[in-house]
Design a protein around this ligand. Structure first.
Ligand SMILES: Nc1ncnc2c1ncn2[C@@H]1O[C@H](COP(=O)(O)OP(=O)(O)OP(=O)(O)O)[C@@H](O)[C@H]1O
Ligand SMILES: O=C(O)c1ccc[n+]([C@@H]2O[C@H](COP(=O)([O-])O)[C@@H](O)[C@H]2O)c1
Length: 211
């Protein structure tokens, strides 16, 4: 199985690392690829450079041999539609199941994604809970949930895509936006980030203003 974890990672934090580790363990994966987006399809572009986001991702994953980066979205122009990445990955791996890891907030808006119903056929969607969030799916999303929901990992390994799996694990109440806001307002944020990312942010004086 090929596992992708797409995100803005502005910055990568311990909530991301936690869910990615759970994904590795649950599916007994060799590798999970963090796939940073260039231009998020449904939110504002990052206020820091791509180079800073990549440097922080590299620093965060360095201790873990099973994490790697997939930089394909940074090498494309236009909005970073997940559909395009999954189509490329499907062409590269015609016979391997693809897993796409997301948080519950992303799942709740999945039906707003570009050609979301094609996305759900190209890969298995793996959802990790976010504290205080319930599954608040629309009718279309509920219909997908009902038909695709799967609790048997074997089904994910024997089909290339199309399933939906809710990944259990300890939840972390951490978000990149809270971290950016804490830094700007001179509040404590160290425990929300890998130590190396914290050091990087401090040495490059990131997120001190709205720029
Ligand atoms: N603490 C968390 N628990 C569960 N899922 C998370 C958590 N943090 C991020 N995610 C999920 O990881 C993916 C990438 O998230 P992203 O890089 O946008 O971070 P974020 O913390 O949600 O950022 P922001 O606060 O700026 O929106 C999304 O699918 C998001 O739902
Ligand atoms: O393709 C889309 O329309 C789309 C819309 C919203 C989010 N996504 C992807 O979902 C992942 C998490 O997004 P975000 O905004 O929470 O960082 C990331 O890989 C985004 O590119 C994709």
């Amino acid at each position: 199985m090929i596992a992708l974890f797409g995100g803005t990672f502005d910055p990568i934090h311990l909530g991301h690392i936690n869910m990615a580790k759970h994904c590795i363990e649950e599916f007994n994966l060799d590798t999970l690829y963090f796939m940073p987006c260039a231009l998020p399809a449904h939110k504002a572009a990052p206020g820091i450079s791509t180079e800073h986001r990549i440097a922080m991702l590299n620093a965060a994953i360095a201790p873990y041999p099973f994490f790697e980066l997939d930089l394909r979205e940074l090498n494309r122009t236009g909005p970073s539609y997940t559909l395009l990445s999954l189509q490329e990955l499907r062409a590269e791996y015609p016979n391997k199941p693809l897993l796409f890891l997301i948080g519950m907030d992303s799942f709740n808006s999945l039906d707003k994604w570009f050609e979301w119903q094609t996305i759900t056929t190209l890969c298995h969607i793996v959802v990790f809970q976010r504290p205080d969030l319930t599954c608040s799916a629309s009718d279309a999303l509920l219909a997908y949930k009902k038909s695709a929901l799967c609790t048997d990992i074997k089904e994910l390994t024997t089909q290339l895509g199309g399933k939906l799996y809710f990944l259990p694990g300890e939840e972390h109440a951490i978000s990149s936006s809270d971290i950016r806001s804490a830094i700007k307002n001179n509040k404590h944020f160290n425990e929300l980030l890998p130590h190396s990312v914290c050091q990087y942010i401090q040495s490059h004086q990131l997120y001190l203003s709205d720029e």
